[in-house]
Design a binder for this molecule. Structure first.
Ligand code: SF4
Length: 729
């Protein structure tokens, strides 16, 4: 196929192998267990210490189900989160205009007293809803508890609106089983993959990419759909260079073909699905010929792929992107993908989607949380505004503009943990205006970034390797819990997120919500409730449930599947979409119309970076100095651009970035691409500062009205060659 014809990709030369420890494991017997903090996959880690009790090296924990002993390049480089010279080393108060980089080091007492005084003033004047709290990942639990104790509805976890929300919602609508960050796909046994822009080999989640490579080695077929020839395309059998943002059209034509040619699993559809007739009508016009016009993929290929999938079913997976915050109809695409999978009867079958086990550990007993007196400002509480958004997460997409406008009511304080909205959203100007409205902005993190640079108070945290954290609870073939223990004493004057929240809560008279003296006490309390003891967990770093294939794959074992939808069935036309009048999401609509000379601006991942959190890690920065702009040979030549030239990228809003061109055949003529996370302008980042250009400059600020998620890939740009001296804005 096209993938092999292109040959060894240029970026593969800089692509790291999965490193293995050079020394045998017995070299440093002194160790504790933790889990990796460098991406959301959370691999189990063994932290090895040298004779002075300092962290010397990390290894993968062979007993941890997420990684079975492997760490990726980022995981190994986690050591440099500890020793990074740019870390925030003590609490800092802003001592000049916002963004002036003038800071005064203070004691924790002084910082917390000032925070308490201003939070109490905001609460007295505007109520608890005048305080907002932003946190995701391992920060979420302590900060969510703080927000609940306060009684503010303005809690935001960006993972929904900036990443997984549309995919979670789609699977929930169709089958009542959301596909969350730890995917429950039986990748290892899948025989046929149809992958929509899910760049497995470069977004690199350890267990998932390992299982995909194993499946390929065992003879599975992989068809990869993306305007760009990624490393995933290179490892696949076929690359379909689809016109950007038309994936929904392709999936609808596949569904059309599967129904028209009766390629679906009729027994499964009969027993478990509703809505086949209505679906047939809805997709009647989406013929392969129609889709060929829209997507630039041959109608014959679409028919062939539908038949090949039917042949491999139920061990087939149409693979949705992980970050689906891309277009104004990601839910339409997500639902179509979930429906296509369902027509092939993948649920609870080998090579399809399995039912996970969980290991439930009770939460500690706490006083009841107060009712919130107001609706959140992000619009999720307004009837009919975003009725399908999940209130547990809030909408990071709409929150900032509401904060900037102070509408519908004043929010005057913000506590933001590990947040970098200035570099992760397509609307940094709005984020800046929002921050300027605040009487108090407290930012907590391990390292500097462009957003905490604007704070009034910065509170420093120990790196993940220097602290305890609440139990990591995961699911999969087996349920599991994992422990994070400090590998050494914290290097700087830092406090872990739980202790920070406890300190802020005490300032507000809410100390009863944080009753544990330490994170270790919190863990021990929870474990005891579940009948485990800490020592048993600390022995291998992880406790798992017994394997139970009959639980994971009931339909392989003569039992039935269950679906938690309103009808109790897989809904091929989801009733909740219809009920809310949002079922036009099921219809195809063209995302953007390109004008003369405009190019789609695409951005994505490289395997050695995660979002904007790793570019200042000196080990990882060594893999790729800066992010070049991929541009097709013909597109480049029309503009007089040759490889390595300095190029200016500009959009209709006047947003501008400068890159070096990488002229390549590995992208469509109508698109350019670069890696996310570069283009950092915080001078405190001594490694990352000034390297490359920022991809999110061209992220569109639009929103998917069904999920409320951001629609970041709609950007269109002009590209021209400039003299290197013009690169300075
Ligand atoms: Fe860490 Fe890599 Fe595992 Fe992600 S995949 S948790 S970065 S080792």
């Amino acid at each position: 196929g096209a993938a092999t014809a292109v040959g060894v990709p240029e970026s593969a030369q800089a692509h790291p192998r999965v490193p293995r420890s050079a020394e045998p494991a017995r070299a440093m017997e002194d160790h504790v267990f933790s889990w990796c903090n460098l991406c959301p996959w959370r691999c189990g880690v063994i932290v090895r210490r040298d004779d002075n009790g300092r962290i010397a090296r990390l290894e993968g924990n062979p007993d941890h189900p997420q990684n079975e002993g492997l760490l990726c390049s980022r995981g190994h480089a986690g050591v440099m989160d500890v020793y990074n010279q740019d870390r925030i080393k003590q609490p800092l108060l802003r001592d000049g205009p916002r963004g002036s980089d003038r800071w005064r080091p203070v004691s924790w007492d002084e910082a917390l007293d000032l925070i308490g005084e201003r939070l109490r003033a905001v609460r007295d004047e505007h109520g608890p809803q005048g305080i907002s709290v932003l946190a995701h990942s391992y920060w979420k639990k302590p900060y969510h508890r703080l927000a609940q104790a306060l009684g503010t509805p303005n809690f935001i976890d960006s993972v929904w609106a900036m990443c997984l929300g549309p995919r979670m919602l789609s699977y929930e609508l169709v089958a009542g089983r959301p596909l969350t960050g730890i995917e429950t796909l039986d990748v290892r046994r899948t025989r046929y993959f149809l992958i929509f822009g899910r760049n497995l080999a470069e977004s690199f989640l350890n267990g998932e990419v390992r299982d995909w490579m194993r499946a390929l080695a065992d003879g599975a077929k992989s068809v990869y759909v993306d305007p760009r020839h990624t490393i995933t395309a290179d490892r696949s059998h076929e690359w379909l260079p689809i016109r950007p943002l038309t994936d929904h059209a392709l999936v609808l034509a596949l569904i059309h073909t599967v129904i028209e040619e009766e390629l679906y699993d009729s027994a499964f559809v009969e027993d478990y699905c509703t809505g086949l007739d209505e679906l047939r009508e809805r997709v009647a016009g989406y013929t392969p010929e129609w889709a060929a016009e829209e997507t630039d993929i041959d109608a014959a290929d679409i028919r062939r792929i539908a038949r090949e999938m039917a042949e491999a079913a139920p061990a087939v997976l149409a693979y949705a992107p992980r970050r689906m915050a891309r277009t104004r109809n990601d839910v339409g695409l997500g639902v179509a993908i979930a429906v296509l999978n369902s027509l092939f009867g993948v649920w609870d079958r080998h090579g399809g989607i399995f039912r996970p086990q969980r290991l439930e550990i009770p939460e500690p007993d706490l006083p009841e949380f107060p009712e919130s007196a107001a609706e959140p400002i992000d619009g999720t509480g307004v009837p009919d505004r975003y009725p399908l958004a999940n209130p547990q997460f809030g909408l990071a997409s709409t929150f900032w503009s509401a904060l900037a406008a102070q509408d519908p009511y004043p929010v005057k304080a913000m506590i933001a943990a590990g947040n970098n909205a200035m570099k992760n959203t397509g609307f940094p100007g709005v984020v800046r205006r929002a921050i300027d409205q605040l009487d108090l902005f407290v930012a907590t993190d391990i390292q500097p970034n462009e957003t905490n640079r604007l704070a009034d108070v910065i509170l420093p945290e120990p790196s993940a390797l220097e602290r305890y954290d609440d139990l990591q609870e995961g699911w999969g073939y087996r349920g599991w819990i994992a422990v994070r223990m400090p590998g050494m004493e914290a290097l700087h004057d830092t406090r872990d997120p739980w202790r920070i929240c406890q300190g802020i809560a005490a300032q507000l008279g809410l100390e009863d919500y944080f009753p544990h003296g330490s994170v270790r006490e919190l863990i021990e309390d929870r474990l005891e409730k579940a009948g485990y003891d800490f020592e048993a967990l600390a022995e291998k770093g992880v406790i798992t449930t017994e394997a139970d294939p009959a639980h994971n794959f009931p339909r392989e074992h003569g039992a039935s599947s269950r679906f938690d939808t309103p009808s109790g069935k897989v809904e091929l036309v989801p009733s909740r979409l219809v009920e809310h009048g949002l079922d036009d999401a099921l219809d195809y609509r063209r995302e953007v119309e390109r004008g003369g000379g405009e190019l789609h601006f695409l951005f994505g991942r490289v395997s050695f970076h995660t979002h904007t959190r790793t570019q200042n890690n000196p080990w990882l920065a060594g893999f790729m100095e800066e992010n070049p702009l991929w541009i097709h040979e013909e597109t480049a030549s029309e503009r007089g651009i040759v490889d390595g030239d300095t190029v200016e990228v500009i959009d209709s809003r006047g947003c501008r970035e400068v890159f070096h061109a990488r002229v390549t055949a590995r992208i469509r003529r109508d698109a350019v691409y670069t890696a996310h996370g570069y283009g950092r302008d915080d001078p405190r980042l001594s490694v990352a500062h000034g390297r490359g250009g920022s991809a999110t400059t061209f992220a569109s600020p639009d929103i998917d009205p069904t999920s409320g998620a951001a629609a970041m890939l709609r950007g269109l740009v002009h590209v021209r060659r400039i003299e290197p001296s013009e690169g300075v804005s």
